[in-house]
Design a protein around this ligand. Structure first.
Ligand code: GRF
Length: 205
C-alpha cells in the first residue's frame, strides 16, 4: 500500500448507528480553516439514526445503507454496499463513530489500516457494549476512551490515543458516559489528524 499523502486533506467517511455526537465533533473540526481532513460522506445502518439528521443539517452527503440483516454483523451484500459507497466517495480513511457492527474481512481488506474507531473505555479493559457501565460496575477509579485502528477482533486493534477521566463516587452510568464522551469529542478529531499527517502511522499491510 502506498504511504499516506501528507499534502492534502484526508477524505473521511464516517459510519454510525446512533445519535452522532462523535460524527458532529469530527465534522465541525473538518470545517475549520486548514483542517487536515474533510468529511465527505456519512453512512448509517439505522434509518432513524440521529447522525443522519445532523449530517443533513451540516450539508454533508449522507445515506442510510441497508445492512442486510439485524445483529452484530452486516450481511455480505450489506458489507459490499458500504464498501461501494465509500469507494465511490474516494475516502482515504473510515471513522467508525458508534457504528454497532463488527466489520469483517472484505471491509478491512478494502481499507487496510484505514479504519479507525473510538471506544468508551481504556482498552484493553472493557471491550464490547456499554463499556462505561462495565467500568462503573467493576469499580474502577479511572475510566476513559480509546481511539484505535480496527482489526478483525472486537475493540482489539492497535491503540492510537487515549484519554482518562476520574470516576467519582456520585457518578451514574449517565454522568460517567457524558464525561467520557466529552473526551471522545476532543480526542477523535485530534487522532484522525495525527494519523493522516503521519505521526501515528505504524503499520504497512
Ligand atoms: C460513543 O460513546 C463511542 O465511544 C461508541 O459509541 C458511542 C457513540 O456515540 N463507540 P455517538 O453516536 O457518537 O454520540
Amino acid at each position: 500500500m502506498s504511504q499516506i499523502n501528507h499534502h492534502r486533506p484526508a477524505r473521511i467517511g464516517v459510519l454510525g448507528s446512533g445519535k452522532g455526537s462523535n460524527f458532529k465533533s469530527i465534522a465541525e473540526a473538518s470545517m475549520k480553516a486548514d483542517s487536515a481532513f474533510e468529511v465527505v460522506l456519512a453512512l448509517v445502518d439505522q434509518p432513524n439514526a440521529g447522525m443522519l439528521d445532523l449530517a443533513r443539517e451540516m450539508g454533508i452527503p449522507c445515506a442510510y445503507i441497508d445492512p442486510g440483516r439485524a445483529g452484530a454483523r452486516l450481511s455480505p451484500d450489506g458489507e459490499k454496499r458500504f464498501i461501494e459507497a465509500l469507494k465511490e466517495a474516494e475516502v482515504d480513511l473510515v471513522a467508525l463513530a458508534g457504528f454497532m457492527r463488527i466489520l469483517q474481512g472484505p471491509f478491512l481488506t478494502a481499507f487496510p489500516n484505514r479504519v479507525l474507531n473510538i471506544h468508551p473505555s481504556l482498552l484493553p479493559a472493557f471491550p464490547g457494549l456499554e463499556a462505561w457501565k462495565q467500568a462503573l460496575e467493576y469499580g474502577v477509579k479511572i475510566a476513559g476512551c480509546t481511539a484505535h485502528i480496527v482489526d478483525q477482533g472486537v475493540d482489539t486493534g492497535p491503540i492510537l490515543g487515549q484519554r482518562a477521566v476520574t470516576v467519582d463516587e456520585k457518578d451514574t452510568a449517565e454522568t460517567l458516559h457524558l464525561k467520557i464522551q466529552e473526551q471522545e469529542w476532543d480526542l477523535y478529531p485530534e487522532i484522525l489528524k495525527k494519523y493522516w499527517i503521519g505521526g501515528l502511522w505504524r503499520r504497512e499491510n
